[in-house]
Design a protein around this ligand. Structure first.
Ligand code: UFG
Length: 325
């Protein structure tokens, strides 16, 4: 059985759906502070916080957990600047509690959701895994600190682990059952689609004076189903005995904010009103992955492009999902 922390969140819920489609036994742990109960569909769910050691002990005692796929975290860069204590408590201390419980219950395999935010301002692109890690937000710092903690548990207690550094997660389940729903929403693609569907007036484009061909920031948008596939491959590799792996997960293709808006206009056939505004502090001009390592060691090949991400997210946006809204 695989324990999936944060399995009611955006990426975690897609992972749960995929593993269940492959008839893998999963158990979701989520405190539902940011996740959505509806997102787990009918998968078994334990509602508890990672810092609740007693709940973790009960769960590891009651279920034959072989591995943990750890998505649970707060993920807003801006909020992490205003409330760093919350981020360190949830992301770092929460993972420490989880790791101690795993050690004490003899669970030795972990796949961890990390982020390209651990790199900070890129010194070169595409970014490979050897790029220096100098995070520029408390959010990025929590992911960086957690990576180091996991490595130390690997060295000291024999934990086998994969650190997966996501670039910009995008898209939704092809059948529209689950998708991205953050409150408040801050991510580019869902915001553009809210404008396209008429739920939002306009999209603010944060900065048009970056040193890029059209002046807007370039990102590597990776479809959530491709991210999920990388988790399954990383887990298989660890279960096969591998000690550790660190992988960037991106398509290796960069798209500017203007490219994404154009794709959304084309796919939806709707008008998308935009407003050019100042840069958002902390946004690097370009973030594009080198995913050569995931390709060679995991055999991972992203199947989806930006168009697939936008069209699946559009299906989800139109589906008016999760009763919460
Ligand atoms: N953007 C806009 N207008 C908006 C929202 C975003 O122009 O209303 C731009 C941003 O400036 C950025 C791009 O669209 O250039 C993508 O922004 P997102 O907020 O969708 O994503 P980020 O690249 O900021 O964030 C992602 C992850 C974070 C992670 C970060 C690492 O969502 O978890 O990459 O840099 F920390």
């Amino acid at each position: 059985m695989i324990l999936v922390t944060g399995g009611a969140g955006y990426i975690g819920s897609h992972y749960v759906l995929e593993e269940r489609a492959r008839h893998r036994d999963v158990l979701v742990l989520d405190d539902l502070s940011r996740g959505h109960r509806e997102a787990v569909l009918d998968a078994p769910l334990v509602t508890a916080n990672l810092n609740d050691r007693r709940a973790l002990d009960e769960l590891f005692t009651a279920h034959p957990i072989e591995a943990v796929v750890h998505f649970a975290a707060f993920t807003y860069v801006g909020e992490s600047v205003a409330q760093p204590a919350r981020y360190y408590r949830n992301n770092v201390a929460g993972t420490l509690t989880l790791l101690e419980a795993m050690r004490d219950h003899g669970v030795r395999v972990l796949v961890f959701s990390s982020s390209c935010a651990t790199y900070g301002q890129p010194e070169y692109v595409p970014l490979d895994e050897r790029h220096a890690q100098r995070p520029i937000s408390p959010y990025g710092e929590t992911k960086f600190a957690t990576e180091r903690m996991i490595e130390a548990f690997g060295n000291a207690y024999g934990l086998r682990y994969a650190l997966l550094r996501y670039f910009n997660a995008a898209g939704a389940d092809a059948e529209g059952r689950i998708g991205e729903l953050h409150e408040p929403e801050t991510h580019l693609i869902p915001l553009i689609l809210q404008v396209a569907s008429g739920r939002r007036e306009s999209l603010q484009v944060f900065g048009t004076d970056y040193p890029t061909p059209d002046g807007t920031c370039i990102r590597d948008y990776i479809h959530v189903e491709d991210l999920v596939a990388a988790h399954s491959l990383a887990l298989e590799r660890l279960m096969g005995g591998a000690a550790q792996g660190i992988y960037n997960l991106g398509t290796e293709n960069g798209h500017s904010v203007c490219d994404v808006i154009d794709a959304a206009r084309r796919i939806t056939g709707r008008r998308v009103r935009v407003e050019e505004t100042a840069r958002r502090p902390g946004d690097p001009a370009r973030l594009v992955a080198s995913a050569a390592l995931a390709r060679s060691e995991l055999g991972w090949r992203p199947k989806h492009d930006l168009g697939d991400s936008v069209s699946s997210a559009w299906r989800w946006e139109q589906g008016r999902r999760y009763g919460a809204r």
